[in-house]
Design a protein around this ligand. Structure first.
Ligand code: KIV
Length: 295
């Protein structure tokens, strides 16, 4: 069957999704598979995606986890922060990503980000919000913060919803944090972050994004958290996996490029090859470089 006549590409003039190649031979990424990778020390790759085509390309490039991040508020909607993103918007983009993956028989694990205000009120509110994203096709939800979130995470996990936590720089609370700055610096802040991470692991979080956390602290936490894979963004090379915002790693960030980003389009002939270079670099440990991309 030719590409243009395939069920994945029914001849639309508006772009065709890539044919599945690498992922066609890859089993669907599952929680046990992610645990296995974590246990064996194989780095987990994650990228954000917000639509069908980019999700399909990331999948074809071998990215294991696709985060439908609320960063879409900034990169897709032009909002000043993620605070204005709604659950309905997250549902829409999660459905788009999942549709794209299904059309190419994609295998990536999809994480839907719970936006600001949709899990803060009560565990029940969190369950209702998580249900919206799971019914949109997500395999896991992500939520930000430590301390009070542990009981929310436990409530969701006990009800069969895999959870990724998010500590360090938590963009939904940027106003309380006073800006996009490194978190967990100094003994007290590091001890609090460590306590929160251990509580989230005990609550059942299978992954925790560590954003803008000193590399030494992330590395220590990665060693301590045996049941919860650390996914770093500006947290150094010692994490169990890495995540970047798609637009950042493609070099199309409209603002100042954060220090923790590498532009993988530099020298790459296509978006897919840029993503493949990202996967290779995370897997072989050549990205990130602590001295360049971390604190
Ligand atoms: O929303 C998002 O894209 C995120 C990443 C920065 C981890 O939370």
């Amino acid at each position: 069957m030719t590409e243009s006549a395939s069920p994945a590409n029914p001849g639309s003039p508006y772009g065709t999704l890539p044919t599945a190649t690498v992922p066609a031979t890859r089993k669907p990424v599952s929680l046990p598979r992610l645990r296995e990778m974590h246990g064996q020390g194989e780095k987990i790759t994650m990228l954000t995606a917000y639509d069908a085509t980019f999700a399909a390309v990331a999948d074809a490039a071998g990215v294991e986890c696709i985060l439908v991040g609320d960063s879409l508020g900034m990169v897709c909607q032009g909002l000043p922060s993620t605070v204005g993103v709604t659950l309905e918007t997250m549902r829409y983009h999660t459905e788009s990503v999942v549709r794209g993956l299904r059309r190419v028989q994609g295998t990536a694990w999809v994480i839907g980000d719970l936006p600001f205000g949709t899990y803060h009120e009560s565990r029940e509110q969190a369950l209702r919000s998580a249900t919206v994203l799971m019914q949109a096709g997500a395999h896991m939800v992500k939520l930000e913060g430590g301390g009070w979130t542990a009981e929310v995470v436990q409530f969701l996990v006990e009800r069969g919803i895999p959870v990724c936590a998010h500590l360090g720089l938590t963009p939904q609370t940027v106003h309380a944090l006073g800006g996009y700055r490194v978190q967990g610096k100094g003994d007290d802040a590091a001890a609090t972050l460590r306590r929160h991470a251990l509580e989230l692991q005990d609550a059942g979080a299978a992954m925790v994004v560590l954003e803008m956390v000193p590399a030494a602290l992330s590395q220590a936490l990665t060693g301590e958290l045996e049941r919860c894979a650390t996914i770093g963004i500006g947290a150094g090379q010692g994490c169990a996996g890495q995540v970047l915002v798609l637009h950042d790693m493609l070099g199309i960030n409209l603002g100042k490029m954060p220090r923790f980003v590498r532009n993988f389009m530099d020298g790459a002939p296509s978006v897919r090859q840029a993503m493949e270079a990202y996967v290779r670099a995370v897997k072989d440990g050549s990205f990130p470089v602590n001295a360049q991309h971390a604190w």
